[in-house]
Design a binder for this molecule. Structure first.
Ligand code: SF4
Length: 351
C-alpha cells in the first residue's frame, strides 16, 4: 500500500497549493494548519469547520499522522523530560528533550537521524549519519511534547532550541520549512527571539541563514581555542577553521543584531586551562557574544569534567578578561537528555 503524503511536510504556501489542487479556496489551508498544530488532531474526521466531503477527500489524498510516542522519561528533579518518537518506516525512534524552567518550556529538537560530523564528545556521533528528518518529523516532536504537556495540565512549548540530534544547518531546507511552521501564528506561534539554532560550525549554513531576514538566535559549538585542538574534537574544523567561523559569527551579529552564543565544552586539563581562557579572549574579545560553559558529559571515560570549583574559576577568568560567560547546568543528566547525549534506538528490525 502506498503511503499517503503527510501534510505536516508542507509549509503554509505549499498547503495552500494543495488546497487549490483539490478545488478548494486558500483559506482552507489555514484551517488545516490550526487543526494540525493548535488542536493537534490525528486525522481529518473532527475538522468540524469543513464540509464532510472535503474531510473525506483529504483522508483519501493525505495524512496528518503523528509520530507515535515510544517513551517519555522524566528526570528525578522534574526539570526535564526525554522523549522518544518512532520514525515511520525507519525502524528507529528519535529522541528530543523538554526542559522546564520557571514559566519557560523549551523543546530541544532533533533534526537528523544520527549525525555525520563525528564530534569526539558526542554520543550521537557514534551512530554516524542515517538520514535527514523530514519537516513532519521535526514538527512531530513538538506536537508530541505539546500533547504530553496538555495531558498533564502544563503549559505547551514556549521556546525552541535546535540542539538535539544532528546538525540542523546540514538539513537546511527541512529545517527552514519546519521553522516557518513553528513561527506561524496559526501553528506554534513561537517568535524568532525564542528560537535558537545550534551549529557545529557549518559556515555556508550560517551565511544562508543570515540572508533569510530572520532574527533567530545562533549558538556555535566552539569547544576549543586553537585549530589543532578543534580538529581533534570536531573534524568539521578541518573544513571550516576557527578564524572563518568567528568571522561568520561576527557577520551574523551584524546582520541580525543577535548576540551569538559560543558553546564551550569543559574537559579537564584540555579546554579549561588559564592558557585556554586567554586564547578565547584573543578570539572573541571585543565582540558582543556570550560563552556558555558546559562541563563535558560522561560519554567517554577519557574525557573528565572539571569539578565545580574549576568550572567557576574558568568562568571567572573569562569574566575578568571581559568576556560574558555562563555555566550551563546540565539538566536531565540522570535521564541522559543532556547535550551530546541524545541518540536514536533501533526499535524494530527490517523497517
Ligand atoms: S555534537 Fe552535534 S554536530 Fe557534533 S556529532 Fe554531535 S550531533 Fe553532530
Amino acid at each position: 500500500m502506498t503511503r499517503l503524503p503527510n501534510l505536516k511536510d508542507l509549509t503554509l504556501p505549499r498547503l495552500e497549493d494543495f488546497a487549490l489542487s483539490l478545488g478548494e479556496q486558500r483559506f482552507r489551508a489555514g484551517q488545516i494548519f490550526k487543526w494540525m498544530y493548535q488542536k493537534r488532531l490525528p486525522d481529518f474526521s473532527e475538522m468540524t469547520n469543513m464540509p464532510k466531503t472535503l474531510r473525506a477527500a483529504l483522508s483519501d489524498r493525505a495524512s496528518i499522522a503523528k509520530l507515535p510516542p515510544v517513551r517519555a522519561l522524566e528526570s528525578s528533579a522534574g526539570d526535564a523530560v526525554k522523549f522518544a518518537f518512532a520514525l515511520d518506516g525507519s525502524g528507529y525512534a528519535v529522541e528530543s528533550v523538554l526542559l522546564i524552567d520557571g514559566e519557560r518550556r523549551t523543546a530541544c529538537l532533533s533534526s537528523q537521524l544520527g549525525c555525520g560530523l563525528g564530534c569526539a564528545f558526542c554520543e550521537t556521533a557514534k551512530m554516524g549519519f542515517i538520514r535527514n528528518l523530514t519537516p513532519s518529523e521535526i514538527l512531530g516532536q513538538l506536537v508530541g511534547m505539546n500533547d504530553y504537556q496538555a495531558a498533564r495540565g502544563d503549559r505547551v512549548v514556549t521556546n525552541i532550541v535546535f540542539m538535539g540530534m544532528g546538525e540542523a544547518l546540514g538539513n537546511y531546507d527541512n529545517f527552514m520549512a519546519a521553522l516557518s511552521v513553528i513561527m506561524h501564528e496559526d501553528a506554534f506561534n513561537v517568535g524568532a527571539r525564542r528560537i535558537t539554532v545550534s551549529t557545529a560550525g557549518v559556515v555556508p549554513g550560517i551565511e544562508r541563514l543570515m540572508g533569510e531576514g530572520l532574527t533567530i538566535g545562533l549558538a556555535i559549538s566552539l569547544n576549543a581555542w586553537n585549530d589543532d585542538m578543534r580538529d581533534g574534537l570536531m573534524p568539521i574544523n578541518k573544513k571550516y577553521p576557527i578564524a572563518g567561523l568567528v568571522d561568520a559569527a561576527k557577520r551574523y551579529y551584524g546582520r541580525t543584531g543577535r548576540r551569538v552564543t559560543f558553546e564551550y565544552v569543559l574537559i579537564e586539563g584540555k579546554t579549561d586551562t588559564a592558557e585556554a581562557a586567554g586564547a578565547l579572549f584573543g578570539l572573541l574579545g571585543g565582540f558582543p557574544c556570550k560563552v556558555n560553559l558546559i562541563p563535558v558529559n560522561p560519554v567517554d571515560p577519557r574525557m573528565a569534567a572539571p569539578d565545580d570549583g574549576a568550572v567557576w574559576r574558568f568562568a571567572d577568568a573569562l569574566y575578568g578578561l571581559g568576556l560574558a560567560a555562563t555555566v550551563r547546568r546540565s539538566r536531565g543528566r540522570d535521564i541522559f537528555g543532556a547535550c551530546g547525549q541524545l541518540t536514536a534506538e533501533l526499535i524494530e528490525r527490517g523497517g
